[in-house]
Design a protein around this ligand. Structure first.
Ligand code: SF4
Length: 361
């Protein structure tokens, strides 16, 4: 921590230099207020921060705008149907966020009178809001002086202070450093300025130190080691899992199930499958005995903790529909509106492609 302590004597310089840069170069994003202006609507900050968890800004913008147009405030979202929210979230990934979004908005409406609590400590008690998200919302929406540390901020800070301890062990040291340079005035803008710097000039590869506003403050730049930081502990490789999804068709409709609330892709509509999960392959057993045909091709999907190879088998509906797993018939022509998560959306495309090919032959 000695380097951090030594460097924090310049903390005011870092904040004022970076804020001046932010005033000229802030990214224009739909959930933000312009630099130096009063904070944006807390609902917009909360919604964007939940969507941005482990997801890029570019991927979030269209979803954010769709949600805001449909559910413009806490009250509107709290009274939405769960299935509609889950379907609107489809494709954004990490679906537990959508389930927690629904839980959280209902707690805000029923227990907090429709307004977010204003401190990071209180915010962290809400569903789906961890320490990072609580700090980001508190700083950006309510002006709390709190250290906001996402992956971009981690990288910028490890470089500013030449912190060579590998991540994740370096996290406490980085947090102390971020806390030391966070100003009491405009902490939300400062947090967003650090995020912007990490997303632009201070990129993972090829940091643009020569045009960086913080170059005179940056220990890694001076030591010529910017690109080597932050160091990372060796990653374990992801295990491979295999599973099968089942395409059951009848009269231009496909059978969709709803996944259990707990577990992978919980609460989402999907094709029936063979029970694969993060710890085990599926058992390859179809939901009922029939003349199942393997569909050519497979879908490879990378989850946080494993890589799944999903195969597909198809058949016609059984005469006795009581043999189907719980679910519903969904028209093929409006399959896009079912809100299938990306994995099953790709599997459905495989089936439809194979089907079209068969019709042509
Ligand atoms: Fe990042 Fe280089 Fe700026 Fe340091 S000088 S903060 S390494 S871009």
């Amino acid at each position: 921590m000695a380097v951090v302590q030594q460097r924090t004597q310049y903390s005011g310089d870092i904040a004022s230099t970076l804020l001046a840069y932010y005033d000229r170069h802030a990214r224009d994003l739909p959930w933000r207020a312009p630099p130096g202006m009063p904070p944006p609507d807390p609902y917009r900050v909360w919604l964007s921060e939940i969507m941005l968890q482990q997801t890029t800004v570019a991927a979030v913008i269209a979803y954010f705008e769709k949600f805001i147009a449909r559910w413009p405030d806490f009250a509107a979202l709290a009274s939405a149907d769960d299935a509609d929210v889950m379907a609107a979230w489809a494709g954004l990934g990490y679906y537990s966020r959508a389930r927690n979004l629904i839980k959280c908005v209902r707690v805000v409406v029923t227990e907090y009178g429709g307004e977010l609590p204003e401190t990071s400590v209180e915010l962290a008690k809400l569903p789906g809001i961890g320490p990072y998200t609580a700090a980001a919302i508190a700083a950006i929406a309510f002006g709390e002086r709190v250290a906001v540390v996402d992956a971009n901020v981690e990288r910028v800070t490890a470089r500013l202070f030449a912190i060579e301890t590998p991540l994740p062990a370096a996290k406490p040291e980085i947090r102390v450093a971020v806390d030391a340079i966070t100003p009491a005035d405009r902490p939300g803008d400062f947090a967003q300025a650090m995020m912007d710097l990490g997303a632009s000039l201070c990129s993972v590869r090829n940091p643009q130190c020569l045009i960086c506003p913080l170059q005179l403050h940056c220990a890694a730049q001076k030591a010529g080691m910017a690109e080597t930081l932050p160091r990372k502990a060796a990653k374990k490789s992801k295990p491979d899992r295999a599973g099968t999804a089942f395409w059951i068709e009848h009269n231009e409709h496909v059978w969709l199930t709803c996944r259990p609330d707990h577990g992978m892709l919980g609460g989402m509509r999907s094709l029936p499958d063979d029970g694969w999960n993060a710890r085990a392959d599926g058992d390859s057993q179809p939901p009922f005995a029939a003349d199942w045909v393997s569909v050519a091709g497979e879908v490879v999907h990378v989850f946080t903790h494993f890589r799944l190879t999903l195969r597909l088998a198809a058949t016609a509906a059984p005469v006795d529909e009581s043999r189907l797993p719980p679910g519903e018939w969904w028209p093929l022509k409006s399959l896009d509106s079912a809100g299938l998560p990306t994995l099953f959306s790709k599997a459905a495309k495989l089936a439809i492609r194979a089907r079209s090919k068969n019709l042509e032959e």
